[in-house]
Design a protein around this ligand. Sequence first.
Ligand code: PA5
Length: 464
Amino acid sequence: MLKVDFNNMTSDIIGDEHGINIAIQSVKDKDWINSAFNFVKSKEGKDWQEWMSMPHMDTKYIDEIVEYGKTIKDTCTDLVVFGIGGSALGVQSVATALTHLRYNSISHATRKAPRLYVEDNVDPNRMSSLLDVIDIENAHFIVTTKSGNTSETLAQFLYVYDLLVKKLGKDKAKKSITVITSFGKGDIFGVAKAQGFKMYEVPKGAGGRFSVLSVVGLVAFACIGLDIKQLLKGAGDFQNKCFVNDIYKNPALMTAYLQVLNMQRGKNIGVMMPYADGLKYFADFYAQLWAESLGKAVDLDGNTVHVGQTPVKSLGATDQHSMVQLFNEGPFDKVITFITVQDFCNKIKIPKVDGIDIGDFLSGHTFAELLSAERVATEYAVTKTQKPNYNIILDKLNPYTIGELLAYLMMQTAFAGALLNIDTYNQPGVEQGKVSTFAMLDRNGYEADKQEILSISKKKELII
Ligand code: PA5
């Protein structure tokens, strides 16, 4: 079960200057909150909010994914996901949260599923080193790209497919690839059809960063044996809570509202600090969701706004020894989000060692108690220095609570975008990067873009 403790955002706790008197402020903002809620509600499951219908997917479709995943799980040594941004981060964050923390290092007999590699970058050393560790002939490759055109993913696919055909021949090689893409458009679609790869369609209204509960995430999860039905159940149940038009009953609406108020007060940095290694990549997932969705130049009325809150990824307790100094004593420009796991289901204890006279205060405590004490200490410290902060609390890490967490983060983003009156679902800045990459690689039709890029780089004189 997921709960959100937002006490430390209030003026009662952190004072009037940096805290919010929610009872008074929310009455003043009643119409604004209402219209943002109604905007999101009116599009539930429609257009770019089609992702909200994923938790309620047809069970037959889910059964087919589970079945297909099982064949890969039972027969392959390695599962490699090629994708970037929204086509990678959801898979990485959920898989890390729900598998053994040293998943790829434990024996196959214990894992009972393939090793998992989520490959979201094209550093040449990364590709070479991947091929050094996987058993390519017994591996399966999922190529995920909603647009079907992303250079990084296409390059990875080309490189590996070429190798597979050389090693296995075309007939066997094609069985090693699954393509997840939009049907009827993009470069990979036609290729996948012609080659006869297994394909899944990314739903039209599930943009990359909102697609984890579609086939983009589910196929990979099924291949490593995660319980995708519980994941969807957790997400669906939590989403229902987010369609209650009352900020005191709707955690995603409440924290979206408090975050946006803080942005308006110049707190343009959003720190995400899970206190659990399993949730480390959720900071990356949140960073993409929050940055790409809310970082916008214009609002829906065409006004220039340049809004957004810069996400900062942090990990407790590790970053207490690097970042927390800044969070405590630095500028009042941040909102800090903690994620807490109440029960790690792991009771390993710090022992009392005969003849060793250190750490009496440590001995006898579990590691979980130490981590929890550290989180409470950090929360206390940033609260004392009047930094707004809130805490997402998961009772345990399991498919149900991870589903809730995904739904919470996505719904919070949807409400924040509506409150900011921006287009939450476009990403012109990302598309620009893709176009510029095509241009620099001399793709036909992008000659003018290349000339413009070169004209700027010609002016660079300040390099020493
Ligand atoms: O959220 C987004 O839309 C982006 O981050 C995309 O997921 C990313 O650019 C990858 O795009 P694609 O899935 O089309 O390859």
